[in-house]
Design a protein around this ligand. Sequence first.
Ligand code: PLP
Ligand code: ZN
Length: 435
Amino acid sequence: MSNATQHLEGPIGRRTRSCATELVCRDCGYRTALEERAFKCPACGDGLDIDYDYERAGAAIAERGLEGRPWNVWRFEELLPITSAEAQARVGQFAGHTPLIHADRLGAEFGLRKLYLKDDSTNRPSLSYKDRVVGMAIARLLELGKDEVGCVSTGNVGTAVAALAAKAGATAYVFYPGNMEKGKAKACRALGAQVCQLDGNYDQANRACRELSLASGIEFANITLRPFYAEGAKTMAFEVVEDLGWDAPDHFVIPAAGGTLSSRVHKGLDELETVGLAETAGTKINIAQAGGCDPIATAILEGGEIEPQTPDTAAHSLAIGAPGDGPLVVDAVRTRGGSAATPTDPEIWDAIDLLGATEGILTEPAGGTTIATVGQLAAQGKIGPDETVVAVISGNGLKTIQDHPDKAWPEMVACNLESMGAQLEDFRRIAATVA
Ligand SMILES: Cc1ncc(COP(=O)(O)O)c(C=O)c1O
Ligand SMILES: [Zn+2]
């Protein structure tokens, strides 16, 4: 047994309460056992999804109740795909359960009284929503008895894989596109992962990593483990609706790159209704994409299919021009209602500053894209002043601070009362003109 899997020794076969049944192709109906190492439908090539025995899940949740459940991504384990209790115990014990914050000051700027922020910029261990999905992927890796994991990343998957693999005792190989924030690569190195930047954009890197994972037999968190990975994103829907007292919001506003988060929030909302925890059919999903990479938003706003694009935006974590789960997102928005917006890079940076100055939250461009989108949808009347809106802040601005536009400050003021007094007066004058 390898180092990574030694800790899985324990009561043999101890199972979680997962009610997952099979891997399934939503497109053609192909089904295969959960134990199979499959991620793509052999019949039609579509990505595989996880199916559940929802009747059993609903009964199990009703019987067991909510008291005493952990406040982490495993809270509704009945609706998650991991069956090994040992793998579950090893991963993501502190991931999820991020705060839902009533953004009264930001909401006032947009004329929204019930604006909430789901603040995944504080997710653990790596400060982005990716801790949810990568948590499921690493647990699956342990379930398979493997101790090496790769990933291809626009930034945050890499840091999540590096951190969660380290804690699980697995070796991580992170592949980044050429154009991304160096701080994220540095963070991966500090976390003990091997990092490689490829001479191409994300979509080119993704294709190459798929070939590498199949040739090498190494599991890739967001390629070969993808059906399991994606399920982690549902936990955001579960947490938000529970935090709102099982009263689902009128709107989610979600940033999209590959489309995993938004499509799985949709699935999670559906599941809450199916198992009888909440009525969620009225919740609309709105998509935030940067104007320099907006294939999903364009399909939503203009109709038709997704047309791949070549990304050109400072929102590097959202820069996926050929989104794998894009069609699922478009379906979700068309089914539930909702819309999209495509702010420019300057609008994204302004929105980051506005969020910081009103709510004290420093986010990266993905979160700025969400906030700019909320503002635009409110101004267009697509979100009403008294509707409950949950905007997803999916990543932390400390990771991208080097990229934020510079704002000068006085760096060499004499260290005495006279100079500092004059400086303070200056500060007050500036503050008064901003207010
Ligand atoms: C901070 C952040 N927010 C949102 C997303 C979008 O995720 P998805 O690929 O699930 O659409 C990403 C993905 O890379 C991200 O890093
Ligand atoms: Zn199929």
